[in-house]
Design a protein around this ligand. Structure first.
Ligand code: FAD
Length: 647
């Protein structure tokens, strides 16, 4: 049994940044990871990180207020606006801090720069006094150019820099170690039971604060995802299995317009930000007419829907793997593609055998980001269980609502890491001694029994991988870009069938040590439950908001659905339980996003009445009190000034 002040489960950007904050405050910190930290999924992020620095000509007049506006509109008003303010306010600090950690941000070149904007080549003068400042690209459908980037390797550069700080501070990282259950007594979390992926040995790690930083649950969509194979949603399962911690908005799943078809590898939005076009089989730029204002850079949910409509209307390019559309980068030229978008050039060369300045790139909307996750308060503390925190993509802190803006996720990992890390440090300082180790031993024995039962069952039915693949097909075909009540009901029936099947599975190999089949078997039931919760949330939500689009309920409904879905799976229950809480205090009242269809059912309550009910409703839903009214310097209503800022 190990003992630490802070146990961080996950060594991606969010987990590591959070660990740095707690360690710098003098607490002992231990980080767990399935893979060596630098191979976490954050490393794959290509395009950029949003922060309102306002450095280049197209960013003039930008501010955290404008960033806040973009984030809330992008979320389709599903975000917690207090969190969005904290985020927008802190993002510039997080990006500048990374510069000090050594991230090689692409810098501004003074003089005449040539850009592609809405299909036109445009020459813009960048002033000499801004030479060498952090440059921005057009990314995420924002009002101002705001995404900071390190060529097309932003996540790579950032994760390496943050991990170097972890090494510098001497924080212990245990890789190839998987948390498989939390140690908790129904009121407080005290650590986790951990399984070594090399030896199969189980161990308990007791901690005053435990942090879930395990990334998204994209792999419940099988291979139809840009996510790495390690993004199987284990963190969400750990929280769900407590019976007391809810998951928030699991039906809020983002599809990225340009997953390489059929491999699923992401082709960054930075390509469209730098001027790439989307074409149908006839070579037409269909988004010019459909979204005259933002064109290819409308928000991801909107672009993905237009693309699927184009395909469904028979205007896609047929291929043996099904129809797709094209991304045209040819006009950006070899020089641009091999420098500012170098990773994209390499992906096209290595996976398709093409040169993107000569050939079109086949793309199609693909699962990409998990807006849903472990529901936490402003401090990052999980609802219902003291001492448990969540950060990054694993969490539903909720600055993304029903659609996360491109570039906001990397920024969230660092901002949340800083903010939540600081709260954790305070929490640990105020904590007394932990419980006696009996609770840890009890949790360990429960996991030993679970594994023994699995290993003893002889293999009779289908392989666990066949069940996993069926889950992916169900999720993509019935809970994809377009959803309808009938389809979702069918999915729920099928998923319940798979859950029953998975409860009785046996293994082909019962080797206790390095056994990939056992490792995956321990995750499978959790993945199926996440799929079921996603489906049930999507069925119940009879409206269309952000990435959740119901063909049978196409309007956003602020009268009935200006809320967040919470899903508990109570101990011993055979089905999850859904409940709802308000999205949070409204500062920017619901309105039109500025792109996509504008049809919505107006809210009936006044904003003041809605706000008056927020705290009580959220507390009733299990929200633990925050340590303070977290200090964003962005005052409520500050965004109003942004409307008159130069565009
Ligand atoms: C291809 C791609 C490109 C992207 N590009 C951008 C971009 O340009 N801009 C942007 O803002 N966002 C981008 N995103 C999103 C962004 O990269 C992610 O949301 C973000 O990096 C998630 O970071 P994280 O720290 O929350 O999780 P991750 O980086 O996924 O890290 C999760 C960690 O948890 C560990 N882990 C998981 N389960 C367990 C367990 N049970 N026990 C122990 N450890 C565990 C893993 O080993 C890993 O270390 C992109 C995403 C993808 C898929």
């Amino acid at each position: 049994m190990k003992i630490t002040d802070v146990l961080v489960i996950g060594a991606g950007l969010a987990g590591e940044r959070c660990a740095i904050e707690a360690a710098a405050a003098g607490h002992s910190v231990l980080i767990l990871s399935l893979v060596p930290p630098r191979r976490s999924h954050s490393c794959a992020a290509q395009g950029g990180m949003q922060a309102a620095l306002g450095n280049c000509a197209k960013a003039e007049g930008d501010s955290p207020d404008v960033h806040f506006l973009d984030t809330v509109r992008g979320s389709d008003w599903g975000a917690d606006q207090e969190v969005a303010r904290i985020f927008a306010d802190n993002a510039p600090v997080a990006v500048r801090e990374l510069a000090h950690f050594g991230v090689p941000w692409t810098r501004l070149r003074p003089g005449t720069n040539r850009y592609h904007i809405k299909g036109q080549q445009v020459d813009i003068e960048e002033p000499a006094e801004n030479a060498g400042l952090i440059m921005h690209r057009d990314f995420g459908g924002t009002a101002k150019w705001r995404a900071c980037y390190a060529a097309a390797g932003t996540g790579h550069a950032t994760l390496y820099a943050v991990d170097s700080q972890v090494v510098r501070l001497g924080i212990d990282v245990l890789d190839r170690m998987e948390a498989i259950a939390l140690v908790q007594d129904g009121e407080r979390c005290h650590g986790a039971v951990v399984r070594c992926l090399r030896t199969g040995r189980l161990e308990t790690i007791m901690a005053k604060a435990t942090v879930i930083a395990t990334g998204g649950y994209g792999r419940i969509y099988g291979n139809y995802t840009t996510n790495a194979v390690i993004n199987e949603g284990v963190g969400a399962s750990l929280a769900l299995d407590t019976g007391v911690v809810p998951l928030g908005n699991m039906e809020a799943v983002q599809f990225h317009p340009t997953g390489l078809w059929p491999a699923g590898i992401l082709v960054t939005e930075g390509c469209r930000g730098d001027g790439g076009y989307l074409l149908n089989a006839a070579g037409e730029r269909f988004l010019v007419d459909l979204e005259p204002e933002k064109q290819e850079l409308a928000s991801r949910d909107v672009v993905s829907r237009h693309m699927m409509n184009e395909i469904l209307a028979g205007r896609g390019e047929n291929s043996p793997n099904g129809p797709h559309l094209w991304l045209d980068l040819r006009h950006l030229g070899e020089q641009h593609l091999t420098t500012r978008l170098r990773e994209i050039y390499e992906i096209c060369r290595d996976f398709l055998g093409i040169r993107p300045w000569e050939a079109l790139v086949p793309v199609r909307p693909t699962q990409h980001y998990s807006m849903g996750g472990v529901r936490v308060n402003k401090d990052g503390q999980a609802y219902g269980l003291g001492g448990l925190f969540a950060v990054g993509e694993a969490a539903c802190w909720d600055m993304h609502g029903f659609n996360r803006l491109g570039g906001n996720s990397l920024a969230e990992t660092l901002v949340a890491g800083r903010v939540v890390g600081a709260r954790i440090a305070e929490f640990v300082s105020a904590s007394g001694p932990g419980p006696d180790s009996g609770l840890g031993r009890q949790a360990l024995r429960a996991q030993e029994s679970r594994i023994a039962a699995l290993a003893q069952r002889s293999h009779g039915g289908r392989s666990i991988y066949a069940i996993r693949d069926e889950l992916g097909e169900i999720m993509m075909n019935r809970l994809g870009v377009f959803r309808s009540g009938d389809e979702i009901e069918t999915a729920i029936g099928d998923l319940n069938g798979l859950i029953r099947e998975a409860e009785g599975i046996g293994l082909r190999s019962s080797a206790p040590g390095s056994n990939p089949e056992l490792t995956f078997a321990l995750r499978l039931l959790g993945m199926l439950k996440l799929g079921l919760i996603t489906a049930m949330g999507a069925l119940a939500r009879t409206e269309s908001r952000g990435a959740h689009y119901r063909t049978d309920y196409p309007q956003r409904n602020d009268a009935e659905w200006l809320n967040r879905t919470l899903a508990h799976w109570r101990e011993g229950a055979d089905a999850p339980e859904l409940s709802y809480e308000p999205v949070g205090l409204l500062d920017l009242p619901p309105g039109h996003r500025g792109y996509g269809a504008s049809s919505q059912v107006e809210m009936q309550q006044t904003v003041a009445d809605y706000n008056a009910s927020v705290s009580a409703a959220q507390a009733a839903a299990g929200r633990l009190p925050s340590t303070e009214a977290l200090g964003a310097r962005l005052r409520p209503g500050a965004w109003q000034g942004a409307f008159s800022a130069p565009t």
